[in-house]
Every structure is written in C-alpha cells, then in structure tokens.
Design a binder for this molecule. Structure first.
Ligand SMILES: Cc1cc2nc3c(=O)[nH]c(=O)nc-3n(C[C@H](O)[C@H](O)[C@H](O)COP(=O)(O)OP(=O)(O)OC[C@H]3O[C@@H](n4cnc5c(N)ncnc54)[C@H](O)[C@@H]3O)c2cc1C
Ligand code: SF4
Ligand code: SF4
Length: 343
C-alpha cells in the first residue's frame, strides 16, 4: 500500500491549489514554503477593476491562502526548504530544514510548485533599472498599487508613463528566446487602471508585437487602441537617461521611419521576464527530475504534470510561464495525477 500523504513544495497559487485539491480528496498534505508566509508573487498583486472586474484573477490567491490556512488536512511549514529526498517511489522521506532543525516528512507523492524568479532588469543596463529613480518593474508596480491603492500615492504626480515589454524575454542575446506569456495582458489591464485614476495621464507602450493569450485579450487591445491617450510604439527603446532632473528621457526608434527619437517620461515600467525559480537546479538534483532547455522543470510529453520520477509531479510557473488560472489548472491536474497514483 502506498503512503497516503502528499508533500507539496512551494506555496504560491499553484502549490496552494494542489494542496487544497489533494485535501479535498481526503489526503493529508504537508505544504513546504521557503518564504515566511504562503501566497507566492501573486499574493501581492493589485485588483485591476475599473468600472467592472478586469478578470485579472489576483483575488483568487488570498482566497486560496485563507482556505489552506483553515484546512485541517493541510500542515504548512513556512521558512522551510527541502534538502533531500530518500526512500522509493510511493514511499518517500522528504528532508525539510527550518533554521538549523531538520525533520523528515512522509510522502507517497510529491508535487513541485516552486514558481518563478523575475528576470533581473539591471542586466539590461541601458534601461537604468536600480540606477534611475522611477524606473521600476511590473512586479514593483503591482506591489506598490496593492499597498498604496493609488499610483499618485506610490509615485507622486506622474503624468507620462511608459511600459517596455519583453524585458529579458524573447531576447536571443540573453539566451531567453521564449515569451513570458502574461505581460502583454497585464500591461493593458494596468494601463486601463492607471487611466481610470489619472484621466489626463499619457501612456506609451513600447512593444515588439502583442501575444494574444487568454480570453478577452483582443477586446482589451481594441479598447486600449481606441484610447487616444495610450500610444503604442512598435520598437524597444535603446536607452533611458535620468534627465532632466527628476524626469526620464527615453531614446527609441520609430519603426515606420527608422528615425531616432527621444521623449520625456515620469515613470518607466519594465516588464521583466518570468525565468526559472532560483532553486530549480538544486531541486532537480535532489528529486532526480529533468530541466528543459530554458531551465524550467521538464514534464512528460504525454502527461503535462508528470516527470520521469514516478510519484513526482509538477505544477505552475516552475514548469513554464503561465497566468494564475493556468497555474491553478495545472495544479489541479497535478493533484489528480497524485491521487490516481496513490489509489
Ligand atoms: C509583473 C507580473 C504581473 C502578473 N500579473 C498577473 C495577473 O494580473 N494575473 C494573472 O493571472 N497572472 C499574473 N502574473 C503571473 C502570476 O504571477 C503567476 O501565474 C503566479 O504567480 C504563478 O504561481 P506559482 O505558484 O506557479 O508561482 P509563485 O507565485 O512564484 O509561487 C511559488 C512559491 O514557491 C515558493 N518556493 C520557491 N522555491 C521554494 C523551495 N525551494 N522550497 C519551498 N518553497 C519554495 C516561493 O517562495 C513561492 O511562495 C503576473 C506575473 C508577473 C511577473
Ligand atoms: S479578478 Fe482582478 S479585477 Fe476582478 S475583482 Fe479580482 S482582483 Fe479585482
Ligand atoms: S507576453 Fe508580451 S510582453 Fe511578455 S514576453 Fe510575451 S510578447 Fe513580450
């Protein structure tokens, strides 16, 4: 008889959903989270509703956290990391370290949901991230809007705001030739939210081309393009300077004329790529599972949650870039596969 316990590694949108799904089928779950609390990146995203819900799914994450914390079948180990796995398929012992203490958790199946790491925007030195004030990332914008509830409260009287898409994604020079899939959609949702707060603000979105993922994307693009205060410029800027005092100058090429232009902005938002989580290499070796060519966990071609190790399943952005609903869907599928494996 297989051990009827599941260990989920990572307590973001995917890990929490996998834990809830397994517990709903009566399995005991240990949820191991490295950070001080569960929730992952999306726990701190802002609500993008204007006159109506923008269907960004951010509110699903605090809801999932509340359900996990109330569920008697789920034990959460925060501030904890997996340092080793022994035993055999169907009867694993997962070594978990918290501070200096190490304990063993029993697991019939393991679900890995360790999420992503944002691309370090400072690697694109031309954009002045971490050097110029008011050059921020999309994650920092999400968190600031969530915390302060207003762009003005977070960044002052900003009137000209620019977004640069694909920072660190689709960039052969960096070896990241894949698309991060979520940033076109959330840039448009954030643009609409900002225009609701600041009707006179001018927004510019610098892009290569828009990737249409998810329902309703085309309607969003259409509405944004009808707004004459949102300008779309096809082309990624070559430089951001902190000039004049307290403002930013952005140099870019007009893709129609090839002309080099410069415009002034108050705030520039870099849409940094979704890249493999920082413990991916260590965990692949501890768990004996493979990585794909980009460094995300590799799944079986015939079963998109299974790994080459029986009883070890994958969910969420640790496998590839995804939005919250897609991460949760894959987590449900991973939990179902684990339940089936243990049956
Ligand atoms: C700027 C930005 C904005 C976005 N906006 C939206 C949006 O509006 N709507 C939307 O649907 N999607 C959005 N997304 C995508 C969304 O962030 C992801 O879909 C979601 O966070 C994926 O959840 P996850 O559980 O896979 O990963 P994560 O959120 O990364 O969670 C992984 C968890 O695992 C933990 N962990 C990592 N390593 C270990 C380890 N070794 N041991 C234990 N725990 C570990 C982490 O601490 C974290 O809690 C956005 C993404 C970005 C970059
Ligand atoms: S889905 Fe997004 S926009 Fe809609 S209520 Fe939830 S957080 Fe707000
Ligand atoms: S989703 Fe859009 S911004 Fe993000 S990498 Fe793909 S094309 Fe670029």
């Amino acid at each position: 008889m297989q051990n009827q316990k599941v260990v989920v590694i990572g307590g973001g949108a995917a890990g929490m959903t996998a834990a809830l799904e397994a517990a709903a089928k009566g399995l005991e779950v240990s949820l191991v989270e490295k950070a001080a609390e569960i929730g992952g990146w999306a726990y701190n995203y802002c609500c993008k509703a204007t006159d109506k819900c923008a269907k960004c799914s951010a509110c699903l994450v605090p809801q999932a956290k509340m359900h996990v914390e109330k569920n008697p079948l789920i034990t959460v180990f925060c501030g904890s990391e997996v340092t080793g796995v022994s035993g055999q398929s169907g009867d694993y012992r997962v070594k978990v370290k918290k501070d200096q203490e190490v304990s063993d958790l029993e697991a019939g199946a393991i679900i890995v949901a360790t999420g992503f790491k944002p691309f370090d925007a400072a690697r694109k030195g031309e954009f002045g991230y971490a050097v110029e004030k008011n050059v921020i990332t999309g994650l920092e914008l999400e968190q600031a809007l969530n915390e302060k509830g207003s762009l003005v409260r977070a960044f002052g009287d900003v009137k000209n705001i620019g977004f640069i898409q694909c920072v660190g994604s689709r960039d052969l020079g960096l070896g990241n030739n894949y698309c991060s899939k979520v940033c076109c959609m959330y840039a448009l949702k954030l643009a609409r939210l900002i225009r609701t707060e600041l009707p006179d603000a001018e927004l510019t979105i610098f892009y290569m081309d828009f990737q249409t993922f998810g329902k309703g994307f085309d309607d969003f693009v259409k509405t944004a393009k009808e707004d004459e205060k949102i300008q779309f410029i096809r082309g990624i800027p070559s430089k951001i300077f902190g000039f004049p005092y307290d403002r930013l100058t952005v140099r870019y090429a007009n893709s129609l004329t090839g002309e080099a232009l410069e415009d002034k902005f108050d705030l520039m938002v870099l849409q940094a790529a979704i890249t493999p989580g920082e413990d991916t290499v260590q965990l692949s070796s501890v768990l004996g599972i493979e990585l794909d060519e980009h460094g995300f966990f590799k799944v079986d071609a015939a079963n998109p949650v299974a790994t080459k190790q029986a009883g070890v399943f994958i969910a969420g952005t640790c496998q590839s870039p995804k939005d919250i609903p897609q991460s949760m869907e894959q987590a449900k599928a991973a939990a179902s596969a684990a339940i089936k494996y243990l049956a």
